[in-house]
Design a protein around this ligand. Structure first.
Ligand SMILES: [Zn+2]
Length: 428
């Protein structure tokens, strides 16, 4: 996993250090093997348009949901022993599954950050003190990030928080140490209109009731929006995730949550999360002491999912300073086709391949120093557009970029000398 991981900081660094790289290119600190490419990335010529990081859209993530960690199981539906929990965390590691943070998962979905091909997110629901006292030290041992889904009235001192509940001070401690804290309503009940709920009066007296109309709207607003605001104010954090109690919700609740600024909503119907999973119903695997198979099956689901086709990381053509540029039109049927893989990093030189529509695989020249891959078309391209696919192995993983340029038919018969003039050959 080290190798796979290595590509991520690298790619991020590339995105965040674009300006520096331009400077160094302009200063000539990079090998001056590809002057057109250098010109193309120079801020003066045309500002680079990197809209997205290199994101592996084939990656998958399983999300786990745990409750209490106790030595003696009394409620197997929501409890697990610390030993079993630790064994499961180890199994993830042994299975080559990378535990990532919820925020990294969402950044990946936004196309901002890559994640390894097989990931897990670990979350704890409700806010029990055993999550602070028992689970957290175990997570620290593995160096795993995690998320706490808190229902605010359940925190000790709230109307429902008892001696087993986590405290605001403990949550603040977790926050200070990078633990992600997210919302799980105010009172942890069925959020759908007309369903049985318990209302706690200020005196502590609880009554069972069904709310409808304006009363319901006021109540559900506090559950969905009020709980988020309370967490944000009490802890000085940004809350963008919402775990629905029991997975019971509907379109109205989803809309409320979306309007409140939640980016993702979670249920307890476990399934591997893909690049296209709907963000308003991300399924988590709820791990129960009496159903160890749920964990085993979840790991199997993701274990086999990447067993087929190798993961391919899509690289934006703009990131590669392609020539001719994506969407541009050339006036020759014999263009020089180029891309710079220098920004991808870790390219295995023998693995670089270029396909050109109408020609198939072409014999490219690749300069490992500059990362430039090029092919001078020698056989006239037919038609008025051409698609190029450049692929390579980087850090043991396949990366691929596609782009298409147009060919101006009226000038398509131009001799090769014209082609050479319009696309200057790089000086070595
Ligand atoms: Zn819960």
């Amino acid at each position: 996993m080290m190798i796979r991981f290595a590509i991520i900081p690298l790619l991020l660094a590339l995105n965040f250090s674009m300006c520096k790289r331009h400077e160094s290119a302009a200063n000539g600190s990079q090998p001056a093997t590809s002057s057109p490419a250098a010109a193309a990335v120079s801020p003066a010529a045309s500002p680079p348009k990197i809209t997205k990081a290199v994101v592996d859209q084939t990656a998958q993530t399983i999300i786990f949901c745990y409750h209490r960690l106790v030595d003696k199981i009394r409620y197997p539906g929501t409890e697990i022993t610390p030993a079993d929990f630790e064994a499961q965390m180890k199994q993830l590691k042994d299975a080559g599954i990378t535990v990532i943070s919820m925020q990294d998962l969402l950044a990946w979905r936004r196309g901002e950050k890559n994640i390894p091909p097989r990931c897990a997110v670990v979350s704890f629901d409700d806010g029990w003190k055993s999550q602070y006292e028992v689970a957290w030290p175990i997570m620290k041992k593995f160096g795993y990030p995690f998320t706490m889904f808190i229902y605010t009235e359940g925190v000790r001192g709230g109307s429902l928080g008892g001696g087993e509940a986590i405290t605001w001070e403990q949550l603040a401690d977790m926050r200070d140490n990078g633990v992600d804290i997210e919302a799980h309503t105010a009172t942890h009940q069925d959020l759908r209109e007309g369903h049985n709920i318990m209302l706690a009066a200020p005196g502590g007296k609880r009554t069972r009731t069904k709310l409808t109309g304006a009363e319901y709207e006021q109540w559900v607003r506090n559950e969905v929006v009020g709980s988020k605001e309370l967490l944000e104010q009490r802890l000085g954090i940004k809350v963008n995730c919402f775990a629905v109690p029991f997975g019971n919700y509907n379109e109205h609740v989803k809309e409320l949550a979306r309007n409140a600024g939640y980016e993702a909503m979670f249920t307890v119907y476990g399934q591997p999360i893909t690049f296209t999973s709907p963000l308003d119903s991300l399924g988590r695997y709820a791990i129960e002491a009496n159903k160890p198979k749920v964990f085993v099956d979840a790991v199997k689901m993701i274990g086999t999912s990447s067993g087929g086709a190798a993961a391919v990381a899509e690289v934006g053509a703009g990131d590669l300073s392609t020539q001719p540029a994506d969407g541009s039109t050339v006036r020759t049927a014999l263009p020089l086709i180029k891309a710079n893989l220098g920004r991808v990093g870790g390219i295995e030189p023998g693995s670089v391949q270029m396909r050109v529509s109408g020609l198939g695989v072409v014999p490219v020249s690749y300069d490992p120093k500059s990362g430039t891959v090029s092919y001078q078309v020698t056989q006239k391209l037919r038609g008025n557009s051409c698609t190029v696919i450049v692929s390579a192995k980087a850090e043991g993983k396949k990366v691929e970029a596609h782009w298409t340029f147009g060919i101006d038919a009226t000038a398509a018969a131009a001799p090769i000398s014209a082609a050479a003039r319009s696309t200057p050959t790089p000086k070595k």
